[in-house]
Design a binder for this molecule. Structure first.
Ligand SMILES: [Zn+2]
Length: 201
């Protein structure tokens, strides 16, 4: 979200939108990361922006395993009609990798498949990790063109042999505020957090 000097007003608006988004995700992770860690359950969701700018989450997905599925293959990435998917977040609740189908990410940073999703969708990714770090990754910018029949297509650069050129990724950013990793907030009761789990597809 660094200002590019292209119009101060535009830059400020972009920064304000970016900060609203970051605040929204921080509040969600602040509420959910301690539970995610305590239950060793990976959580994630797509963030949807309404026309009035209001932010909300699509369904929170539970137990993502080592292949992140935050609903990105659903129509509109799971966001309600009339809203736009603008980011996604998820958690890395455990330091150690497991084995088998329930394997979770152990790194505090994004995994390469996480970054692929952000690049494919063209939206930023946020991550809350077992160590309390709050990270953001901004996707590689892609140029898209409008198609005559409606919709759009991404333009991929190719080399002389016609192979798609892999764009260089910027490293993720560790945001300068820490997330709680334990001690649920006082208003929450002792019971487990109940989240609706989408049936496997
Ligand atoms: Zn991940």
């Amino acid at each position: 979200m660094a200002g590019d000097g292209a119009g101060r007003g535009q830059t400020r608006a972009t920064d304000r939108d970016g900060m609203r988004l970051e605040n929204h995700v921080f509040e969600r992770l602040r509420d959910l990361l301690p539970t995610s860690i305590a239950t060793r359950t990976e959580l994630g969701a797509v963030v949807c922006r309404a026309r009035d700018g209001g932010l909300s989450d699509a369904e929170v997905k539970v137990g993502l395993g080592n292949t992140v599925d935050i609903g990105q293959r659903e129509p509109n990435c799971g966001c309600p009609a009339g809203t736009t998917p603008v980011a996604f977040w998820h958690t890395h609740p455990v330091e150690l990798f497991g084995t088998g189908p329930g394997t979770m990410h152990g790194e505090a940073d994004f995994s390469p498949p996480d970054l692929d999703i952000a690049d494919d969708l063209g939206i930023p990714a946020f991550l809350g990790s077992w160590d309390g770090h709050f990270r953001r990754y901004d996707p590689v910018p892609r140029k898209s063109v409008a198609l005559p029949g409606g919709g759009s297509a991404q333009v991929l650069r190719t080399d002389a042999e016609g192979n798609v050129v892999k764009e260089v990724r910027k490293p993720s950013t560790v945001l300068p505020r820490m997330l709680p990793t334990s001690a649920p907030r006082a208003h929450r009761g002792p019971g487990p957090l109940i989240i609706n789990v989408a049936p496997p597809r």
